[in-house]
Design a protein around this ligand. Structure first.
Ligand code: ATP
Length: 890
């Protein structure tokens, strides 16, 4: 570590005009280069932070803030994190929304010294760590993609490009400016690169509210011509025609993505697969609110448990988990592509042995994709090489498994071809070399050394045996030194700073410091309780060990670089293997799920069919207590001349929301390529899915509950098409009854007449059930309950026709509302029902049943009328009390 002070001496700095010391100048130049990122400035075994960076990091990491010298008469704040444990600190800073520029010493301090004893070690920023460019396992969720997205909005339209550094996949899709938010919701990026605008764009704010890290960048990064040049450079082509045709916005977005990676991945550029131009509409459009309301890939609390993904995930590998999350998060709209996926699930369903063997083999397989990305970016370690070795072996076994009597379908045949590459000559060599080169127990970092197996490199073995011989000689020296010094407790010890030394207690040191012993034992250090010595012989052996150790490490590093080079030369084939392994895992997992939960293969059609028999809610079903049975329900939205929309009524807790959502989830699963929880299913491709549940606050955005609901309803009314599926749960409940009812009424009419979509609507407004008389494609269904001895029994059965009454109070009683409150509520309800009169001028209620004319006689009042308490005997009063309590009930 070069200990040059960061700033000038106190005396110099105090003058305020002192020129910067070389180190200070170097620091500030790098600081400017780091821009808005925090600068991790490497000094020996620490990354140091200074000035505001230090204050911010010390606060965020909970580490001590110290100071180092002065600048302009002020102390320079400083804090540091040890290099060997930096990842945890980095993770914390990234999670807190910061980016970190890592500046390394890019020159050996010994080299720098050759330029003069005070020469400064060269330092450079080698990488800027941002949320979307992480590759370290410790910083990433193994089962979730880590997408980096870039958005370009040009006058003619917008585009979103995105990548996952661990797979090298590169996608771009054009989108209208208004649709960019939804597209990003489908991608679920860890970071979005946007054009910097004064005050921040609406999209930037929207993403900020959703907690998506946004990095605004200079407009020049989004230049489409530059983007085209960058793409050609990245793929080494003179034209992009071979990739398809890009819009200008598409080129701008891809260019910004590559440019941003150039800025952040300074040392090594990631390698990409050819960009995939996703056609607009190729995936089911699902906006962010729908995703959240259906809890597709994350539950309401942000965790996985409780989500659809969690309920259907039977994958056993990290790569499989990530692929399944992509399938569920972005269901397809192309029938042929869906069929291809279904075929893979069906094949594994039939081939039970192959499935069990595949899952077994994959569950121990390493995360090949992420290991490859680290090796590609120069951040790999010995364990990543071992991951390549082990994954190749798994790939060979999987290729064997797929050679079955029943020929696998298209996707699996393609996958098998990729896996068979693992058996090719080139891979056999690589596998053989990796197998011979690596030890069983491996360190994380190459510089830790000790990972190359004995017998692989004779020069390395020789260096190691020199080192080990010297160590053995040292071990033997101890006994001789004890005799000569006459100190039984004398020990030879080792420290990183001093190397080997002799240690005795302070009481025994006196004789060794005086002649004749002092001629052999040279004093090195005195501590409170011990004194340390060395000898000529020990120092020589120590130097020998250091030399041999350095040489061994250099040889190991050279071998590591060579092995990494061989892996990198085959990145494309290895990635293809990783993709095929993930596909096998997902398909086998979905087959296991289908078998375990009795899921069926849905028939996917081009029309607007929606016919589910015996459908179930995969998440609610999985969470029912032991012994409880989920009641399956049919849902038909398509029959000729009959309903395309169902209005679902029924008491609270009957299962309306469950019924609505299960059908939306069945559509998602079906188009993701999975089998579905039903006895049978026929589904015409859904282009957009909308789901809204009552009202939820968005106070952060300054919108009231009702306002949010109306903005969302407006969006659906404007966007739903005749191929969409709309699921609305209690829309309009966030405002006064008549307003809410009227809005729900008008919205239903619009969806029925103008959008003509398939839809399911749950409501507590019984008045709405009259709509089926005027809207030919709307039908009423209700979730049945039975009353038994005054209690409500939930049957969870969806039946034709509207519900007869509400049972709200009965449910309130079940929920444990105090008995007095329940009784009072019943009285109020009766009064309201008596008093309710439909306003004459609202045609809405024209068909409503006539209000109750005669008030019901009140038995309590009857008993109490005419009672004179003063004239009653205690016995009569007692009797009356009994009769009154009889009427009120227990
Ligand atoms: N088909 C079913 N089979 C078994 N249990 C069910 C079924 N549907 C719903 N349930 C159970 O009933 C509970 C309530 O269901 P749900 O929330 O769908 O009722 P709801 O009618 O929408 O109620 P509310 O009107 O109060 O919102 C669920 O949490 C689940 O435990």
């Amino acid at each position: 570590m070069d200990g040059a002070p960061l700033s000038g001496t106190d005396e110099e700095a105090g003058k305020g005009t002192t020129p910067l010391t070389p180190m200070m100048a170097q620091y500030h130049a790098l600081r400017r280069e780091a821009g808005s990122a925090l600068l991790f400035y490497r000094m020996g075994d620490f990354y140091e932070l200074f000035h505001e960076d230090a204050v911010l990091a010390a606060h965020c990491l909970g580490i001590t803030l110290t100071r180092r010298g002065q600048q302009g008469g002020e102390d320079v704040p400083m804090c540091g994190v040890p290099v060997h444990a930096y990842e945890g600190y980095l993770a914390k800073l990234i999670r807190a929304g910061h980016s970190v520029a890592v500046c390394e010493q890019t020159e050996d301090p010994a080299e720098a010294k050759k330029r003069g004893s005070k020469a400064l070690v060269r330092r450079e920023i080698v990488r800027v760590v941002t949320p979307g460019t992480l590759t370290e396992d410790t910083l990433l969720d193994a089962r979730a993609h880590n997408h980096l997205a870039a958005v370009a909005i040009l006058p003619g339209g917008g585009a979103v490009a995105h990548t996952d550094l661990s797979t090298g996949d590169l996608f771009v899709q054009d989108a209208e400016e208004e649709a960019v938010g939804d597209l990003l919701a489908a991608i679920g990026p860890a970071e979005v690169v946007l054009k910097q605008t004064d005050g921040g764009s609406a999209l930037e704010k929207q993403l900020g509210q959703r907690g998506v890290p946004v990095t605004p960048c200079h407009g020049s990064l989004f230049d489409s011509q530059r983007g085209e040049r960058r793409l050609k450079e990245a793929f080494g082509t003179s034209t992009l025609d071979g990739f398809g045709s890009f819009s200008r916005a598409g080129l701008a977005a891809l260019g910004a993505l590559l440019g941003y990676l150039d800025l952040t991945q300074v040392e090594e550029r990631p390698r990409f697969k050819p960009p995939i131009i996703a056609a607009p509409g190729s995936i089911m459009a699902i906006d962010q609110v729908t995703r959240a309301s259906l809890e597709l890939t994350a539950a309401r609390d942000g965790g996985r448990a409780g989500s659809l993904l969690h309920a259907v995930d039977r994958t056993v590998s990290a790569g499989g988990g990530r692929l399944l999350s992509r399938w569920i998060g972005a269901p397809l709209t192309d029938r042929a592509a869906i069929k291809d996926r279904q075929d893979t699930v069906e094949w594994f369903l039939g081939e039970r042995d192959a499935r069990a063997a595949a899952s077994d083999r994959l569950s121990g397989a390493p995360d090949l994709a992420r290991a490859l990305s680290r090796l590609e970016l120069g951040r790999g370690g010995p364990r990543d090489l071992a991951a390549v070795r082990d994954a190749l072996m798994a790939a060979r076994d999987l290729a064997d498994l797929l050679r079955s009597d029943a020929p696998p379908p298209k996707l699996l045949t393609e996958g098998a071809r990729r896996l068979e590459a693992a058996d090719s000559e080139g891979f056999s060599d690589l596998l053989g070399t990796l197998g011979a080169a690596l030890k069983a127990d491996l360190p994380l970092l190459p510089r830790d050394g000790g990972f190359i197996a004995e017998g692989f490199d004779p020069a390395l073995d020789e260096a190691r045996s020199l080192r080990d011989d010297a160590r053995r000689i040292i071990a033997r020296l101890e006994a001789g030194y004890r005799d000569r010094a006459g100190v039984k407790s004398l020990k030879i010890k080792h420290s990183r700073v001093l190397g080997y030394f002799i240690e005795v207690t302070a009481a025994n040191a006196g004789a060794m410091m005086a002649p004749p012993l002092s001629e052999e034992f040279r004093h090195r250090q005195t501590l409170a309780s011990a004194v340390r010595f060395t000898t000529h012989e020990l120092a020589e052996l120590d130097a020998k060990i250091v030399r041999a150790g350095d040489q061994a490490l250099a040889l190991e590093l050279a071998t590591f670089a060579r092995l990494t080079g061989s892996v990198k030369a085959r990145t494309d084939d290895l990635r293809a293997c990783a993709d095929a392994l993930a596909l096998c895992d997902v398909a086998a997992g979905l087959a296991t799920l289908a078998e375990e939960k009795n899921h069926v293969r849905p028939v996917i059609e081009e029309g607007v069919a929606f016919e589910i028999e015996g459908g179930r809610h995969p998440v609610v079903e999985a969470s029912l207590p032991a012994g409880a049975r989920f009641v399956p329900n049919d849902c038909r939205l398509d029959q000729e001349g009959e309903a395309r929309m169902l209005l679902v009524t029924g008491p609270n807790m009957a299962g309306k929301s469950t019924f609505l959502r299960q059908n939306a989830l069945i559509a998602v699963l079906a188009q993701a390529g999975a089998f579905v929880p039903a006895a049978s299913a026929r589904i015409g491709i859904v282009d957009r899915l909308f789901s809204r549940v009552g009202a939820s606050d968005d106070l952060a955005a300054g919108r009231s509950t009702f306002m949010v609901e109306m903005v969302e309803t407006a969006l659906i009314l404007n966007q739903a098409t005749d191929r969409s599926l709309v699921v609305l749960d209690e829309v309009g409940r966030g405002t006064a009854t008549f307003d809410g009812l009227s809005i729900a009424w008008a919205a239903l009419e619009h969806l029925h007449e103008a959008s003509r979509c398939r839809g399911l609507f749950a409501t507590h407004y019984h008045e709405l059930t009259k709509l089926s008389e005027t809207l030919p494609r709307l039908a009423n269904v209700s979730v049945a309950v039975r009353e038994w001895e005054g209690e409500v029994v939930f049957l969870h059965e969806v039946r034709e026709g509207p519900a007869d009454k509400s049972y709200g109070i009965a449910v309130a009683r079940l929920a444990g509302l105090p008995r007095g409150v329940v009784r009072r509520a019943e009285t109020v309800l009766r009064r309201l029902e008596r008093e309710r009169e439909a306003p004459e001028d609202l045609p809405l209620f024209a068909a409503a049943p006539a209000p109750h004319a005669e008030p019901e006689p009140d038995p309590l009042r009857g008993l109490l009328t005419g009672v004179d308490p003063d004239a009653m005997s205690p016995r009569e009063a007692h009797d009356l009390l009994y009769r009154l309590t009889d009427i009120v009930g227990p």
